[in-house]
Design a protein around this ligand. Structure first.
Ligand code: 6PG
Length: 469
């Protein structure tokens, strides 16, 4: 065993254990801490073939074994536990030590903790970590925010353990304060949108296209070879292949259609509303999880109303349109998330570089996709790009696929297949690209009943009319 350790990690659940083993694989010595002796022993056993890993349930022993400035990452559930772990560490820390919260903490909690610890001379980082258990072990995408100077101590370790895209590490210093947690929150909002869209395309292919699970597997696997190449499309193709180990048939058909959530998608939506940034595909992805939870009510209502039988389609043509529509809607979802980041950066002083963010999402994280290489290039070419839809390189991609999105949205509406994500992606596109919207009427109504005033298209100033009743 080593005498001192380069890196400390609190929280030896699956993510923590995998992350620490990843750190050790990359040549650093790492010390784990958890109150649960079983988890401590599990790590010692798993890391037993190396002298680079050790663990203890004793906080003082843990802190004293780390080289200064100490670099201590927390991989514990977001919320009060983070605060209590910090309080437990504090008496043993020295000025200049670094605590990194790697969980999905709410960004204002990170701001509060950062300010609190700054007073005590401790550097605090909110670092989003994406990629699930496998990512933690083999290379996640890491989104750190906090003090730029302190990041230099963490940088070599994070760059070594992170996923690589063409050799480039999927980690970068993102900005001060809660920038890292904020970016991870929006990552998750995008994740919700992409997952909702994928489920809608599955519904269409199954109900209208009549595709079997084997055909769905083949279709998504083929799409994953093309422009839709992404982690979520890849795992979707694999899901359709999985047999049920508790009975006959395919597992996907046995899974209850109620989607749970831990809150990061909802936070993205809520904060977008606060900022006044439209992210309708993400909003509706949250709403659809909420509707899915109402299984009993849905079942009662299902018996009360008729639903059209989906009209016949040309299968090959329908699959091709589905690919185009999904690609279109994926673009809209990334566009909305990036737009939110652009505005949040101004509002909260994060100084985010959107090209850097897209760059570190190209591998390791849940929303990694071939599209992110194009998004990275678009932001590299136009640093202050306000929306992806304004990037010249995206115009042709959108023009070539919007027709299919229209056709499938119309098909869903006519045939009673709910396409909340796709239709909202299309509406977002149609609205964002309209120089004239009918909201002049809303202004007239507001002025009519509440004297709220309006502006005019033909002259400057604020106007009010005494409307004739
Ligand atoms: C990731 C994921 C992860 C998230 C899960 C579950 O990037 O690795 O975003 O952080 O916790 O996806 O999220 P929900 O339970 O809210 O679906």
């Amino acid at each position: 065993m080593a005498d001192t350790y380069d890196f400390g990690l609190v929280g030896l659940g699956v993510m923590g254990r995998n992350f620490i083993l990843n750190v050790a694989d990359n040549g650093f010595t790492a010390f784990g801490n958890d109150l649960d002796e079983e988890k401590v022993n599990a790590l010692i056993q798993e890391g037993g073939n190396t002298d680079k890993v050790n663990a203890t349930s004793d906080v003082k022993t843990f802190v004293n074994a780390l080289t200064t400035p100490r670099k201590i990452m927390l991989l514990v559930p977001a919320g009060k536990i983070v605060d209590s772990v910090i309080e437990g560490l504090l008496p043993h820390l020295d000025q200049g030590d670094i605590i990194i919260d790697g969980g999905n903490s709410f960004f204002t909690d990170t701001d509060r903790r950062e300010a609190y610890l700054k007073e005590k001379g401790i550097n605090f980082f909110g670092a989003g970590v994406s990629g699930g258990a496998k990512g933690a072990r083999r290379g996640p995408s890491i989104m750190p925010g906090g003090s730029k100077e302190a990041y230099q101590h963490v940088k070599p370790i994070f760059e070594a353990v992170s996923a690589k895209y063409n050799g480039e590490p999927c980690v970068a210093y993102l900005g001060p304060k809660s920038a890292g947690n904020y970016v991870k929150m929006v990552h998750n909002g995008i994740e919700y949108g992409l997952m909702q869209l994928t489920s809608e395309i599955y519904d269409l292919l199954k109900k209208a296209g009549g595709l079997s699970n084997a055909e769905l597997h083949e279709t998504f696997a083929k799409w994953n070879q093309g422009r839709l190449q992404s982690f979520l499309v890849e795992i979707t193709s694999e899901i359709f292949e999985q047999k049920d180990d508790l009975g006959d048939g395919d597992l996907v058909d046995k899974i209850l259609d109620k989607a749970k959530q831990k809150g990061t998608g909802k936070w993205t939506s809520q904060n977008a509303m606060d900022l006044g940034i439209p992210v309708p595909t993400i909003d509706v992805a949250v709403s659809m999880r909420e509707i899915s939870a109402l299984k009993e009510e849905r079942t009662q209502a299902d018996a009360l109303y008729d639903r059209p039988t989906p009209s016949a389609v040309n299968k090959a043509d329908f699959i091709a349109k589905a690919e185009q529509a999904l690609y279109f809607a994926f673009i809209m979802t990334y566009a909305q998330g990036m737009h939110q980041l652009a505005d949040a950066s101004k509002e909260y002083g994060y100084e985010l570089e959107l090209g850097e963010i897209a760059k570190i999402w190209r591998a390791g994280c849940i929303i990694r996709a071939a599209l992110l290489a194009d998004i990275t290039n678009a932001y590299r070419a136009h640093e202050n790009l306000q929306n992806l839809l304004l990037a010249p390189t995206f115009v042709e991609k959108v023009k070539g696929t919007v027709g299919a999105a229209r056709e499938l949205t119309a098909y869903g509406a006519t045939n009673g297949i709910p396409l909340a994500g796709l239709s909202n992606a299309l509406t977002y596109f149609d609205a964002y690209t309209s120089s004239r919207l009918p909201l002049n009427l809303i202004q007239a109504q507001r002025d009519y009943f509440g004297s709220h005033t309006y502006e005019r298209v033909d002259r400057e100033g604020i106007f009010h009319t005494e409307w004739e009743e």
